[in-house]
Every structure is written in structure tokens, then in C-alpha cells.
Design a protein around this ligand. Structure first.
Ligand code: 5AD
Ligand code: SF4
Length: 430
């Protein structure tokens, strides 16, 4: 039997799709790149923003015709969208031809429902409020030389715009022992980069081990590999993490530190629990204490009641912080969140603001890329296409360079950077 997975959303979901794939391989399914040939199509959904959700609905709807003529085809919808209270009901009403619906915390049940579904064709709904840390599933990894490793699940922060705490449940951290075992295993398997995943890695805690403690433990692994982590939350980012980054030869000097807004009034409404001043102080501390550190961020425009002045403060903060990259979003109201009850602002204004923000950040992104010219950087080769390798510097800049026969994906190489193109660099192996 052939399966195909369509993944929406962030790295967390990409890794979850690897777990879904792992459960399917255990049942004898084989991956098929061509969705039209698959016997089973799995949608691993995301509901963090409205447009991700709209795409899911559009893509499932597009399968209606095929499902009517292809009796053997099975469709399963998983992920955080289906974890919403009435999403399963909405799906059932709109797409009665969907076979299986499972919430984000229940992906391990897919094989069970596939077997059940063989006998009876109906939508199954399973929701679990919080991820069960004791569940372990096989993972079919697809991102060599990088391997994603969850260190925690869920989120307790309830930022007022965000649906994640409602669909992913409360924070639970894995034990350092389990994490170390997994990382050691992956390094033994040849993975060269480990990316620790959590909605707020800085609030990781297992008994007396906090996030910096975990980083120190992982740094003791005496092999050459890169250690990355995401996402960091400014309100919980401690000096100990900066110390751990400086002490470790493995931890990459890149921090993804979403700021969301530069206006204290909006940050308060967002329930982010820091001010613009505190955020900037943190950035200064990072740049001042970690050589060659780069910081990327997420920024949202058009949060309810955001004025021109609030937006100008976001622009000023963006210019001050010199982010290596910014992922920019237009605010969209999400079910059950506090912000969804606040008055939404004009869509045209949101569009103008995101355009201006992108313009400002593009200039900074290019300046940072330009500053690499002439430097020699260690790069981990992570992809190959059309005669060129792609990889990243330690601090996360993408580099493209001509392939050489003696090298392959997963190798560390020294690259001399000779040109820059917005967010990426061009170089050559030396
Ligand atoms: N609208 C727009 N962007 C959002 N994000 C989270 N919730 C929303 C929303 N309701 C953005 C934030 C977060 C990123 C993953 O998605 O910037 O950091
Ligand atoms: Fe959402 Fe805030 Fe949790 Fe991030 S920290 S997942 S933005 S609630």
C-alpha cells in the first residue's frame, strides 16, 4: 500500500509527519511522492493562521471527485486543526468522504483506525488534551543531515492571539535521559545536526533540569555535530543559556526569538510579558556576549487596535534589532483566543503594514548577508540540486556553492563567501 502525506505549518509539524510516516511504515505502507497514485492520503494540518487552515480545506475538497470513483482511496486528516473542538464536526459536515480524523496528540492511533476503517467506512474522532509523553512511535526521518528532536510538547503561555495552547494542551517536558538517548542514537546513525523542538524551549523543565542544564548535558556528547533549538521565548530566555552557548562547541550561534511587536501597548494586549525595552536589552546581551550570533524573529502586524504609532514602534524595533531574518505575518483571529474578541482592524491597512515591514527587513537581511562577503565559514551540506550544494553557516545563513565530487550531503566544508543575494550567500569550497 502506498501513502502520501501533505504537511502544513512549522517544523514541529514536519517532524510530526515523520512520526506519522513511521507508524505507517510499521504497518507495511510505502511512501509515494505522487499523491495521485497513493492508496492513503494523510493531511497533517496546521491551524495557527487562517490561511493555513483555508489551504487544508481547499486541498481536501479537491479530492472529492477522486474519492467518488476510487473506492480503495483512504483519506485521513490529522494535526492541530483537527484538535479544535468543533473542527472534526465541521470536517464531517463539509467533507463526509473523509475516512479518519485524529487530533494532534493522537497520531499514534492512525494504524488502529486504518484497520477499523477497513471494516466500517466512517469518520473517527479522537481528541486528547495533552500529549502523552510515554507514547513512543517509530520515526521515518526525511531531513538528513538534520534530525528534529522534541524536548517538550504543548504550551502554557496563552498569548492572546494564539490557538496553540488550546489545540496542543499544557506543557510537558521529556526526561533528559530520553532526550540524550535519542540524540546519541541519532548521532550514531550519522546525523550531523540535531534541532531541539518545543513551543517555548526556555521553559523546558524536568525535575531539577532546566533548558540550560539540558544544553550542557547534550554538549558533553563528544562527537562533531551541530545543536540547534527552537523556539525561544524572550520572557523566559535566561543568561544561563547564553553561558551554555558560549561554553559548548556544538551549539550553533543562532537564536529564533519571536518578538511579535515593538509596541508595549500591543505586547501587553498580546500577553507576551515583556516590553520592547527588555527585548532590545536581551538582543544587546546576546550580540554582546556571543561572537557572531544571529537572531531571527517572528513579527505580526495588524493585531486588534494596532495604530500607526504602534506599527512605527515595530519598525523602529526591527531597525534596532538587526534580525538576520524575520518571518512576518498578518494577524488573523483564531477561535477561542482572547484576541478574537477584540475588534479586528482594516484588511487594507494590515496589507500596507506588512509590505512596509518586509521592505525594511529585506534591507537589513541584505546588509547582514553582505557582511559575510570575503569571510570563510564552516558549512554543513544539507541539500543538492542542479550541480549545486546548499548548506548553512553555524549562525544559520543559507549558502549555495558548486558541487565537488569528493563531497556529499552531511559533510562539513570550509566555504569562502564571494557574493550575497538577499537571504542567501554564494561561495566556493576551499
Ligand atoms: N495570526 C497571525 N500570526 C500568528 N502567529 C501565531 N498566531 C497568529 C495569528 N493568530 C504567528 C506568530 C508566531 C508564529 C509561529 O505564527 O508570529 O510566532
Ligand atoms: Fe503561541 Fe505564545 Fe505559546 Fe508561542 S508562546 S505557541 S505564540 S501561546
Amino acid at each position: 500500500m502506498l501513502y502520501h502525506i501533505v504537511t502544513y505549518g512549522c517544523q514541529m509539524n514536519v517532524h510530526e509527519s515523520e512520526k506519522i510516516a513511521g507508524t505507517l511504515h510499521g504497518e507495511g505502507y510505502t511512501f509515494c511522492g505522487d499523491i495521485d497514485k497513493a492508496d492513503l492520503i494523510v493531511f497533517n494540518t496546521c491551524c495557527i493562521r487562517e490561511n493555513a487552515e483555508k489551504r487544508v480545506f481547499g486541498n481536501i475538497g479537491a479530492l472529492k471527485k477522486r474519492k467518488m470513483t476510487d473506492a480503495g482511496l483512504k483519506i485521513a486528516v490529522l494535526g492541530c486543526m483537527t484538535q479544535q473542538k468543533d473542527a472534526a464536526a465541521r470536517l464531517k459536515k463539509k467533507f463526509p468522504f473523509v475516512d479518519i480524523v485524529l487530533g494532534a496528540n493522537n497520531l499514534h492511533l492512525l494504524p488502529y483506525y486504518l484497520k477499523l476503517n477497513d471494516k466500517k467506512n466512517s469518520v473517527k474522532i479522537e481528541e486528547a488534551d495533552t500529549y502523552d509523553i510515554n507514547i513512543s512511535v517509530d520515526t521515518f526521518r526525511t531531513s538528513f543531515p538534520n534530525a528534529w528532536v522534541n524536548i517538550m510538547y504543548g504550551c502554557d503561555n496563552f498569548c492572546s492571539y494564539c490557538i496553540v495552547p488550546y489545540v496542543r494542551g499544557r506543557e510537558v517536558s521529556r526526561s533528559p535521559k530520553d532526550i540524550l538517548n535519542e540524540v546519541n542514537f541519532l548521532i550514531g546513525e550519522g546525523y550531523k545536526e540535531i534541532t531541539l523542538l518545543g513551543q517555548n524551549v526556555n521553559s523546558y523543565r524536568y525535575e531539577d533540569c532546566d533548558f540550560s542544564g539540558l544544553l550542557c548535558e547534550l554538549s558533553k556528547i563528544d562527537k562533531k555535530f551541530r545543536l540547534r533549538f527552537m523556539t525561544s521565548n524572550p520572557k523566559d530566555f535566561s543568561d544561563d543559556v547564553i553561558d551554555a552557548m558560549n561554553l559548548s562547541k556544538n551549539i550553533c550561534k543562532h537564536i529564533h526569538l519571536p518578538v511579535q511587536s515593538g509596541s508595549d501597548r500591543i505586547l501587553k494586549l498580546m500577553n507576551r510579558k515583556y516590553t520592547a525595552k527588555r527585548y532590545i536589552e536581551l538582543i544587546e546581551k546576546i550580540y554582546g556576549n556571543i561572537d557572531n550570533a544571529l537572531v531571527s524573529t517572528d513579527i505580526m502586524v495588524g493585531f486588534p487596535t494596532e495604530t500607526d504609532e504602534d506599527f512605527c514602534e515595530t519598525i523602529r524595533l526591527t531597525e534596532t534589532c538587526k534580525f538576520s531574518q524575520a518571518f512576518t505575518f498578518i494577524y488573523s483571529p483564531r477561535q477561542n483566543t482572547l484576541a478574537a474578541k477584540m475588534p479586528d482592524i482594516d484588511a487594507e491597512i494590515k496589507k500596507q503594514r506588512i509590505g512596509e515591514l518586509i521592505r525594511v527587513q529585506n534591507k537589513i537581511t541584505k546588509e547582514i548577508s553582505d557582511s559575510f562577503k570575503g569571510k570563510t565559514e564552516e558549512v554543513l551540506i544539507d541539500d543538492y540540486k542542479d550541480g549545486y550544494f546548499m548548506g548553512r553557516t553555524d549562525n544559520g545563513r543559507l549558502v549555495r556553492f558548486k558541487k565537488r565530487e569528493s563531497y556529499e550531503v552531511g559533510d562539513f566544508v570550509r566555504i569562502k563567501i564571494f557574493a550575497s543575494k538577499s537571504a542567501s550567500l554564494a561561495g566556493e569550497i576551499i
